[in-house]
Design a protein around this ligand. Structure first.
Ligand SMILES: [Zn+2]
Ligand SMILES: [Zn+2]
Length: 145
């Protein structure tokens, strides 16, 4: 199921915030922009470490809560992680992930073939499936060097 599309401009972002009666603050815009600038599905702490240089009064808690609020209004997604900190994804279109098992980065990829993967019958008996994502694991180019 497609729930929306990636919002690439801040205007659209502020529009959606307004629709959800979410106050638009410079910090919120900065958090969203940082998420858009990253393609590795950062954790709240990663974004916090970047932003605290520019926004000296920003706290980890603010960043974390803001990201969770973004998830609630559907402009970001909390992605699958295996035990670690929550990771965030501004890409809410149908796509798949590959995880680097060494540095932990998560990258997007697209595959028509994967989109069309059939859900086994046994699953449908127990679940109403709302989305499908294939997750691959590997070692990225940077880590192989
Ligand atoms: Zn890596
Ligand atoms: Zn993604």
């Amino acid at each position: 199921m497609q729930t929306g599309s990636r919002i690439d401009n801040i205007q659209e972002f502020t529009q959606i915030c307004r629709e959800h009666r979410l106050k638009i603050t410079p910090q919120r815009i900065a958090i969203y922009r940082e998420l858009l600038n990253s393609d590795t599905h950062p954790a709240a702490d990663t974004i916090y470490q970047i932003l605290k240089k520019e926004y000296t009064n920003i706290s980890f808690d603010t960043v974390n809560r803001t990201l969770l609020t973004f998830a609630k209004i559907g402009i970001v997604e909390v992605v699958e992680t295996f035990g670690g900190a929550k990771r965030f994804d501004p890409n809410v279109t149908n796509h798949h992930h590959i995880h680097c098992s060494q540095c932990g980065k998560i990258l997007d990829f697209y595959s028509r073939a994967y989109d069309k993967l059939a859900v086994p019958d046994g699953v449908y008996e127990q679940f109403q499936v709302v989305s499908k994502r294939v997750i691959l694991k590997g070692i990225c180019k940077d880590c192989r060097q």
